[in-house]
Ligand binder design. Structure first.
Ligand code: PSU
Ligand code: MN
Length: 306
């Protein structure tokens, strides 16, 4: 890509060129996934967590038409407080760059930014996936096809619980995306640890995850990997309580005819209201845990390169 449309933070650039561990972080969770000021605090907490585990954080966003790989504190604050910020997945990025706009990038957009910079691992909360009722509304996140083609490992607490998890897992299998349980043999359900859906693959350490990544990218034309890391036991929510909250949020979205890009942010906001903040607290805990595990994997992956 043309240099004028990419800006890699000097610290991130130096780490990449020396094969040191780097972890990418997304910005949609800052601009559209959580309210201010908790969003900014969380974004900074994630960066600290990555550092505490031995890697360099690179939060990714598009500011004035430039893909920024690694933000400083001011830019994180901008992404968390500015009103006019688009939510960009792959299809939106050319327009955002061409018009010089500001955009938070989703999982698919962050994977593209990470890949441009040569970053192999990325931590988020939960990926997008197949929405409930997809057989009628066709709402399937661009995160899934991105995982099938862009060689970045994404650490997430499964897919967001507002989705249809069995269909999401089926679709990932069709796309040939390895879904790897981190110290679990079940797909985690975001707010709680077990979805009841068994995985074909699991690893018991960061080192094992790094080896799997290494092998994936020895294969021709291989894309991403989903590393599914359950929310810590002490932060998990009761599955019945959160599921009934999800049902109410989905019903309200249906009544209000909320669709497309607006759906995920709407549902997250409603859940926060219904659970009086418990869903957001759990969300912060799980994404922090993902940042820690991603950094540990990045350290092992960087050691493998030596
Ligand atoms: N997980 C969260 N909060 C979020 C998202 C994921 O806990 O805000 C974002 C991610 O950026 C993901 C996006 O890529 O939601 C998916 O949006 P959609 O369903 O519109 O594809
Ligand atoms: Mn969608």
């Amino acid at each position: 890509m043309k240099n004028s449309h990419v800006n890699i933070h000097p610290e991130v650039q130096e780490a990449i060129s020396k094969n040191k561990p780097v972890v990418a972080l997304e910005s949609t969770i800052i601009s559209h996934g959580m309210p201010w000021p908790g969003n900014v605090e969380t974004a900074l907490l994630l960066e600290e967590t990555v550092r505490a585990n031995g890697a360099v954080p690179a939060t990714i966003a598009i500011i004035e038409g430039v893909f920024r790989i690694g933000l400083d504190k001011k830019e994180v604050e901008f992404m968390g407080s500015e009103k006019n910020i688009r939510k960009a997945s792959r299809a939106d990025i050319p327009g955002v760059l061409a018009k010089g706009e500001n955009a938070a990038v989703t999982v698919s957009g962050t994977m593209i930014g990470a890949h441009i910079a040569g970053i192999r691992i990325f931590a988020t909360g939960g990926i997008g996936g197949v929405h409930r009722g997809a057989e009628k509304n066709f709402d399937i996140s661009a995160d899934l096809p991105e995982l099938s083609k862009t060689p970045v490992a994404v650490v997430s607490a499964g897919a967001k619980a507002i989705l249809d998890l069995p269909l999401t897992l089926e679709y990932l299998e069709t796309l040939g995306v390895p879904v790897v349980g981190f110290k679990t043999s079940e797909l985690p359900a975001f707010y709680y640890r077990k979805s009841g859906l068994m995985l074909n693959e699991s690893v018991s350490s960061a080192n094992e995850a790094a080896r799997l990544m290494f092998m994936q990218w020895q294969l021709p034309d291989s894309g991403g990997i989903l590393i599914a890391n359950p929310i810590p036991e002490e932060d998990a929510l009761d599955s019945q309580i959160i599921n009934s909250a999800i049902e109410s949020a989905l019903k309200l979205a249906d009544e209000k005819k909320i669709k497309g890009k607006a759906l995920t942010p709407f549902l997250l906001k409603e859940l926060e209201k219904i659970t009086t903040g418990k869903s957001q607290k759990a969300n912060i805990a799980l994404v922090k845990n993902n940042a820690a595990v991603a950094a540990q994997i990045a350290v092992e992956y960087s050691n493998l390169q030596k």
